[in-house]
Design a binder for this molecule. Structure first.
Ligand code: ADP
Ligand code: MG
Length: 140
């Protein structure tokens, strides 16, 4: 197994309900290490750029509004196969389809307000990490 890094975002629905610690415990208990973390209020421009791949999807405008509706916690998670491992810990996009014990099953409010973002490939992880962090802010 290869050691990887992936980008995670604790979304506004979760920060609003004070769930940062409970979500971080899921990562740590399942072998991922939080090697960078900061709490931010995203601007509309930043959120729009981050989710640019979804620009043509009908929910894009609402997704951007949701992502700027409160603070987020952006973080870099490190561990064995971290990209796939994090996706497993997160659970399916729609909490109704997420497995028991996953973050989205336990905490998500809806398919949109689903508590966490996680990179979906190693290449995207690299781009998403550099969107938010410089190398010196990541300490493994
Ligand atoms: P994931 O976050 O699981 O990788 P996607 O990349 O497909 O899922 O979608 C990005 C985000 O857009 C989701 O996490 C969710 O917040 C939102 N989203 C996805 N599908 C829908 C939908 N059908 N309606 C509203 N919001 C959605
Ligand atoms: Mg995605």
């Amino acid at each position: 197994m290869a050691k990887e890094r992936t980008l995670s975002i604790i979304k506004p629905d979760a920060t609003r309900r004070n769930l940062t610690g409970k979500i971080n415990a899921k990562f740590e208990e399942q072998g991922l290490r939080i090697v960078a973390q900061k709490r931010l209020q995203l601007s509309e421009v930043q959120a729009g750029k981050f989710y640019e791949v979804h620009k043509e999807r009908p929910f894009y405008g609402e997704l951007v509004s949701f992502m700027i509706s409160g603070p987020v916690v952006v973080q870099v998670l490190e561990g064995d196969d971290a990209v796939a491992a994090n996706r497993k810990i997160m659970g399916a996009t729609n909490p109704a389809n997420a497995e028991a014990g996953t973050i989205r099953k336990e905490f998500a409010e809806s398919i949109e307000a689903n508590s966490v973002h996680g990179s979906d490939s190693l290449e995207n992880a690299k781009n998403e990490i550099s969107f938010f962090f410089s190398e010196t802010e990541i300490v493994g």
